[in-house]
Each structure stands twice: as C-alpha cells, then as structure tokens.
Design a protein. Structure first.
Length: 215
C-alpha cells in the first residue's frame, strides 16, 4: 500500500500560526495540520496513518527501524525531523496556552533515534511558566537521557500537573536537533490536551447548578 505524506517545511525563519494564548490546547491531535501551533524547521504533519521515512526530503531512503509510525488517535500526528537536507538541522513546535494551576497537561510522544555515538540527535519537551521551566521528556540531552544506538522509544503518555504560572500562561515546546547533519531521527507528538483538575471540575459543576437554580 502506498501512503502519501504532506509536509510543511520552513527554511530560514519561523512561521507563527497562533500569536496569542488561549484556554487549553488548540488542535492537540493535529487533525488541522499545524493550525494553533508555531513551528520552525523541518517539521511535518502526516495526514494519513503512517510515516514511511525519517528524511522528508529524500523520502524512503532511511525508514524508521520499527517500520511505520501511526497516530494514537484520529488520523494525524505531528512529526519533527532532524535533518541533513537543510541548514537548520532540526525542528521546533510550540504553543502558548492558558490553564489553571493543578490542571494536568497530557500528550503522547515517541522518539525514533536514527544516529549513533558519538553523534547523538537530541530532543526534548519543555514547559515554561514565565519564571521557570521543566523538561517533561529528554532524549540524548545529557548523561541521564542518552539512548543506545538506533533506539526506538515507542509511543507513551506523559502527564504533568501544571504549577502556578507567574504570567498566567504556559509555553509548551517540542524540539529536535541533529548533531552532525546525517542519519535522521524523528520526534512524534499526538493527543496533546489539558485535563481539568478535580477541583476545577467540581467548581464548574457547582456553577452550572447555580445557573439552573437561577433559571
């Protein structure tokens, strides 16, 4: 079966899709491509159920070790490539959003590492709150996150309770880089969402009850 992949590639700049923060995560399943996200570099969103190669320019010459990657929900997911095809050698995908402290940020992520020591393609998922930042996932970024050559870290869910933000907003960034310009890797992202804290859900339920009583 032949699969077609539509790619959004930006060289020499950043294309900003959403400039202002919004409540919750917009388009967290990437069913609308990158609408709601800011992106730069060699980034692609797959409109089908699979990705067939690490390198979006030289398609098919270096397939992921596991064969093909598919979305965890819906029909699409976001794929960030390291690359030897253009000078940027990496990709970044980010979104600013508003949420309540105590809400839970959740997302699915995989890392298809296609290089080998001493050259290590690095990737991370970072949450910034205005005065502080925390890495929610790290691959080949330091001694504690180094992977064996050509390792696949399959789809898995990451959950993080949102702390207090000094600005009232949160910045979520997915990033991948290429260490030497050869042998591509992929950082995959899907199903990014905010789960309201139990206290928030209770308050919303109470507010709805008050409205109904007033009516």
């Amino acid at each position: 079966m032949h699969h077609t992949i539509n790619l959004l590639i930006i060289a020499g700049g950043i294309a900003v899709v959403a400039a202002n923060a919004q409540a919750g995560i917009a388009n967290g399943g990437f069913e609308l491509g990158f609408t709601g996200w800011a992106y730069a570099g060699n980034t692609g969103s797959s409109p089908t159920s699979t990705i067939i190669a690490r390198d979006p320019i030289r398609m098919g010459q270096q397939a992921p070790l596991s064969g093909q990657w598919g979305p965890t929900e819906g029909d699409r997911f976001a794929a960030l490539w390291s690359t030897d095809s253009i000078d940027q050698r990496g990709a970044t995908l980010s979104q600013r959003f508003a949420a309540n402290p105590g809400d839970v940020l959740e997302f699915m992520v995989f890392y298809d590492y296609g290089d080998f020591a001493p050259s290590a393609d690095g990737a991370f998922v970072r949450l910034e709150t205005g005065t502080a930042s925390v890495d929610l996932a790290r691959f080949n970024m330091d001694a504690g996150s180094m992977l064996a050559d050509d390792t696949n870290v399959g789809w898995h869910r990451v959950s993080h309770v949102l702390p207090m933000s000094s600005t009232g907003f949160y910045d979520l960034t997915f990033s991948i880089s290429d260490s030497d310009g050869t042998f591509e890797s992929i950082l995959g992202v899907d199903d990014v969402r905010i789960v309201p804290a139990p206290g928030t859900i209770a308050l919303l339920g109470l507010a709805g009850l008050v409205v109904r009583r007033r009516r």
